[in-house]
Design a protein around this ligand. Structure first.
Ligand code: C5P
Length: 322
């Protein structure tokens, strides 16, 4: 086999409820993941040693060494299965064609890692089933497992424990506003911890209960799940929520203007995507999404816009050359 190409989607979080920091530095989450039609393409080919090259949107900001999440995924899968490769072909060259912006709150790096798992599984004929790939994925990063699964799913734990959402196959029409800049996920989580600590301190000083204002145990939003079950875009727009949004706004205040502009232009809902800085907007139809995208790009409140529909399937082989 000369190479395997896998297409993998970006994710949105329709709900992101964040608990207090854990001893391992992560936060327990309850989140509703939603895969959308903005794809990276990842190709794996046999090579003398592991390497990665990246082209496309934000390629210069993706590490091409062992820090690359796709290469970490290759190593994690190799440790799990027998690649059965000859010594001179023991490595894999990963080529990533990026359309998902880097460090944008769309889990682009996790998507590439998930795609690398699927591509190498196929390249090596390793025959790992989805449960085994999901386990390897969860060790590589918090959002990697969802990029394998796709669709709409509830994530718990660090986000890696997934339950597919039972919902009709309603297509939703999204507009994504890409920001001029990036946010680091750990920095946004740290900002949230600081905001919550300050709030709890202030409330304790006033005689209030600190516990009430700190991070509560995260819980799934019943209104959001009901909106998804009924396929009602209006209800869904009202139910979108993200605990990381105040933290992302504190680090990137210009996003307030972006969110407000989208709502003024008729979006059914507006939200910072994951740890940001991409903002997402729900439109009532494909036509409304087209109008909204055009108006938003004319409003000068973001670097660029894209339209996407969801849900779409997770990482899948599009081409296996023999
Ligand atoms: O797992 P991943 O490498 O994608 O996470 C990136 C960073 O985001 C973590 O190092 C951590 O700071 C933060 N994070 C968190 N809680 C989660 C997921 C991510 O604090 N559930």
């Amino acid at each position: 086999m000369t190479g395997v190409t896998v297409r993998v989607p970006a994710k949105l979080n329709l709900q992101l409820a964040v608990g207090p920091p854990r001893a391992d530095g992560y936060h327990d989450l309850v989140t509703v993941f939603h895969a959308v039609s903005l794809f990276d393409e990842v190709t794996a080919r046999p090579a003398g040693r592991d390497a990665v090259s990246v082209s496309g949107e934000g390629a210069d900001r993706v590490p091409e060494d062992g820090d690359n999440l796709a290469l970490r995924a290759v190593a994690a899968l190799r440790a799990e299965v027998d690649p059965g490769t000859r010594a001179d072909d023991a490595g894999v060259h990963i080529t990533i064609a990026k359309r998902i912006p880097v460090a944008a709150g769309l889990a682009g790096g996790s998507a590439d890692a998930a795609a690398a798992l699927v591509a190498c599984n196929e390249l090596w004929g390793a025959g790992a089933g989805q449960p085994q790939l999901l386990e390897v994925a969860a060790r590589v990063g918090s959002d990697v497992a969802f990029a394998l699964l796709g669709g709409t799913a509830v994530g718990r734990g660090r986000g890696e424990r997934l339950t597919p959402a039972l919902a009709p196959a309603t297509p939703y029409h999204w507009v994504l506003a890409f920001a001029d800049g990036q946010l680091s996920t750990p920095a946004v989580y740290a900002a949230l911890d600081r905001l919550r600590a300050a709030e709890a301190g202030g409330s304790a000083a006033k005689g209030g209960s600190a516990a009430k204002h700190g991070a509560a145990e995260p819980a799934l939003d019943a209104a959001l799940m009901s909106a998804l079950r009924s396929g009602d875009a209006r209800q869904l727009g009202r139910a979108l929520s993200n605990d990381l949004q105040p933290a992302a706004l504190s680090l990137f205040p210009a996003l307030r203007k972006t969110l407000a502009a989208g709502l003024e232009l008729g979006a059914l809902g507006a939200l910072v995507s994951g740890s940001g800085p991409t903002c997402l907007f729900l439109a009532a139809s494909a036509d409304r999404a087209l109008d909204l995208a055009a108006s938003l790009s004319g409003a000068g409140v973001c670097r660029s816009v894209a339209r996407a529909t969801g849900p779409v399937p997770g990482a899948a082989v599009v081409q296996a050359a023999r």
